[in-house]
Design a protein around this ligand. Structure first.
Ligand code: CTP
Length: 423
């Protein structure tokens, strides 16, 4: 018998009126087709945690595609369906995308294969999922609207802050769940229960049979969470590293290096320097020896052009390696002279390989972020400079002066530039 709990009030309080209304429509239309619809997964979990999340995953006892088509006919939007899995995505509006799946029993041909699908009931569907906190549903059916359905004590685990699998072979069937478990530990400050953790360790070697792209997908999501250092510590504790990457460095070196990067990123972000998501790939790189062979391996994990670009720019920078004989006393303009063309993500990764000057490197990035150039090309022309490729140098020079003297006026800069006939 599942724990039942009425969630209607919570839903009304926490969700936007549009989201709440959409859920009532979905429930009603499913009823009219003789199907039962349930909200499931992350959004239910986050509702119980009072975290904002309106990514709707709907499971239907019945056919998800039929319901999606029906909703689209009635309320508009677009439907994309996947016949093979009986799933559909209904893009209702700019703000709302609803994933509809047919309640299913997933079974696996062999470890790490993609699941096959058979239609079944909500309970069976929930049982095939990863963790108890993700295996709760909210009924959208008219008479039971808002009822929480919790067969596997997800609510209890949520209160205990536990990540718990539902059946012993869970990690064997889908080893990427080991990485998902760490992701949820990290995000919510939860912990796997003892048995789940023991099974994660036991099943870790199954990660070897998962495709690179699925591993990359999970690693990226993991390292985009707030605290990648936590995750790497967990990799070490659970002994996952040898099953994730071939060319791993020693644990001590990995942890030191990743802590430096993590601390540096934390510091510059606090000073409002924006760092984009492609940095996740550097956390992967930093698990390796960063020798020649590492790059080829890590390249295979790149998911986007951005990831690839970051990786190759860092490699390029390491080839010229300007920090190799860098002075501890270098001034901000000297940093800018060498690094002005590089993006924050490349630089923070590179600087964190040089602990002696990492603080100065971060200071430079923060100062650079605050810098708004007071001299433009227009200003140069107005002051009698002939336009040409040397403008780039003049503008860089102007920025360098500003970095050293943040209070300087544009007039003073122009005077200085006029006196500099070497540029
Ligand atoms: N799921 C699973 N096993 C996986 C991946 C997903 O059982 N290997 C199930 C989980 O029940 C999860 C749901 O599919 O709740 C949706 O997956 P996903 O969108 O990846 O996870 P969310 O829980 O929504 O995570 P997030 O909050 O990061 O979006």
């Amino acid at each position: 018998v599942p724990l039942k709990r009425q969630m209607k009030d919570n839903m009304e309080k926490q969700l936007s009126p549009e989201a709440y209304e959409l859920l009532t429509f979905i429930g009603k239309e499913a009823d009219s087709l003789g199907m039962k619809a349930y909200l499931i997964g992350g959004m239910v979990r986050d509702l119980l945690m009072s975290r904002k999340n309106e990514d709707m995953d709907i499971v239907v006892e019945g056919d998800g595609i039929t319901l999606a088509d029906h909703l689209q006919q009635k309320y508009g939007g677009h439907v994309r369906s996947h016949e093979e899995f009986r799933t559909a995505t209904w893009k209702y509006s700019y703000a709302f995308k609803v994933d509809l799946t047919s309640a299913r029993t997933e079974y696996y041909d062999f470890p790490a294969a993609l699941p096959k699908v058979e239609l079944s009931t909500i309970k069976e569907d929930l049982f095939r999922r990863d963790f108890t906190i993700n295996a709760m549903a909210i009924c959208l059916h008219r008479d039971e609207f808002g009822e929480l359905i919790d067969y596997f004590h997800g609510f209890e685990d949520l209160k205990q802050r536990q990540i718990r699998i539902l059946y012993n072979l869970s990690f064997v069937e889908d080893p990427t769940r080991i990485l998902r478990a760490i992701r949820f530990e990290s995000r919510f400050h939860y912990a796997m229960d003892q048995q789940t953790e023991a099974l994660a360790v036991e099943s870790a070697n199954n990660l070897l049979s998962v495709s690179k792209s699925r591993i990359a997908n999970e690693l990226s999501r993991l390292f985009m969470e707030e605290n990648p250092l936590f995750s790497v510590k967990r990799f070490v504790k659970l002994g996952l590293l040898p099953f994730l990457i071939k060319d791993t460095d020693t644990e001590t070196i990995i942890l030191q290096r990743i802590k430096r990067l993590y601390d540096a990123v934390y510091r510059i972000k606090k000073s409002e320097v924006q760092v984009n998501n492609s940095l996740w790939i550097i956390y992967v790189l930093f698990l390796t020896t960063i020798k020649n062979k590492s790059w080829m391996e890590v390249e295979k994990y790149c998911l986007t052009k951005e990831d690839m670009k970051l990786l190759s720019n860092l490699q390029l920078l390491l080839k010229s390696d300007p920090l190799l004989d860098w002075s501890y006393h270098a001034t901000k303009d000297e940093w800018h002279e060498v690094f002005s063309e590089f993006e924050v993500e490349v630089l923070i990764s590179y600087f964190s390989l040089y602990p002696n000057v990492l603080t100065q490197g971060c200071d430079y990035l923060i100062a650079r972020e605050k810098l708004t150039s007071i001299i433009t090309g227009e200003d140069l022309i107005e002051n009698g400079f002939d336009p040409g490729p040397h403008f780039r140098k003049l503008l860089l020079e102007s920025e360098k002066i500003q970095l050293n003297n943040p209070k300087i006026t544009s007039k003073e800069i122009i005077e200085h530039l006029i006196s500099r006939n070497d540029i």
